[in-house]
Design a protein around this ligand. Structure first.
Ligand SMILES: Nc1nc2c(ncn2[C@@H]2O[C@H](COP(=O)(O)OP(=O)(O)O)[C@@H](O)[C@H]2O)c(=O)[nH]1
Ligand SMILES: [Mg+2]
Length: 301
């Protein structure tokens, strides 16, 4: 697993390192704020989130009598951590007879790969898992999940390509009961003929799950590709409005300079980030820890 420092190298080198340099030994002037604003916007943090950050920073500067730009560095870090909120990592211990996680997001965002990583993590913690291949729209998507399942020794319930994903999910729940699994993770389609069709299908899958198991799906995780930067936000709003989202898996933070989007996701969507994807391998998933994340965005002081 790559270190978080390596994962965030491009985001750090691209903008955040420069923010740190910009906050030098001189006194804070209007130019300092302008430069900081320009850099935050370039960092893919987004206009709304940049505004909020600057307002908070200015307030604190006045309140605490901060004069030197260099003193803003640690305040900025604190405000960034504050923006991301407390870590929200789900418990791995089994508390229910059957817990169901539904994974949604656009094609190519990393749903199937993230499901493989998640099952790997939960298997290591002793959970008995089953996967449902409900992205029946593409034959390759079913194969891909089955290959990951074989690798990690987790059974996959699948139907024929283009079969009804609702039926696959229904069968998967029955199979989970029969095998006494305590976690079912459902892979879903990221694209259908229209966005409307996709949202309808996701709603239908939700209903199949909630009719079969009390309170299911217990988590609906939205997978967001960090390389999409600000474009990811609107997409995410569409999913959140249609089916509700309890947490985000932010993928492909490795190798993108757009890691600043992390702040926009939390601030604009109000959905906690649970995991980040740091590569393409089974182990390349990290629990999201706001403080560690912010620390690794900056060069060491
Ligand atoms: N570098 C990197 N690649 C990733 C990550 N997560 C997924 N991918 C790649 O993104 C591509 C699409 O992933 P896939 O799981 O098939 O997306 P899906 O269509 O949403 O199921 C694959 O080539 C994955 O290897 C990540 O965190 N980092
Ligand atoms: Mg997939």
């Amino acid at each position: 697993m790559p270190s978080l420092r390596d994962t965030l190298a491009r985001t750090r080198n691209n903008i955040f390192g420069r923010i740190q340099t910009a906050l030098g030994q001189s006194d804070i002037t209007d130019d300092t704020w302008d430069e900081l604003e320009a850099l935050l916007l370039q960092a893919d943090i987004g206009a709304a989130t940049t505004d909020r950050l600057l307002t908070n920073l200015k307030e604190r500067t006045t309140r605490d009598g901060i004069v030197k730009a260099s003193s803003l560095r640690s305040v900025l870090k604190e405000e960034l951590v504050h923006l991301l909120g407390e870590p929200k990592i789900p418990s791995y211990t089994s508390t229910r007879l059957l817990e169901i996680i539904m994974v949604i997001g656009v094609n190519g965002s990393g749903k199937t790969t993230s499901i493989a990583k998640l099952s790997h993590l939960y298997v290591k913690r002793g959970r008995k898992i089953l996967l449902a291949a409900a992205d029946t729209f593409r034959a390759a998507a079913i194969d891909q999940l089955q290959i990951w399942g074989e690798r990690s020794g987790v059974p996959v319930i699948a139907g024929m390509p283009n079969s009804d994903p609702g039926a696959v999910v229904y069968d998967a729940v029955q199979a989970a009961f029969n095998r006494k699994a305590d976690l079912l993770i459902v892979d879903t389609a990221g694209r259908l003929h229209t966005k409307h069709n996709l949202m309808q299908e996701l709603k239908k899958l939700r209903n199949v799950l909630s009719r079969s198991v009390h309170d299911a799906p217990h988590q609906t995780l939205l997978v967001i590709d960090a390389t999409n930067g600000q474009n990811a936000i609107n997409q995410a709003k569409g999913f959140a409005d249609a089916v509700g989202v309890t947490g985000v898996i932010l993928t492909k933070l490795d190798g993108t300079p757009k890691g600043g989007v992390t702040f926009a996701i939390v601030n604009e969507l109000g959905i906690p980030i649970q995991y980040i994807g740091t590569g393409e391998k089974m182990d390349d998933l990290e629990e999201f820890d706001p403080r560690r994340f912010v620390d690794n965005l900056f060069d060491e002081d």
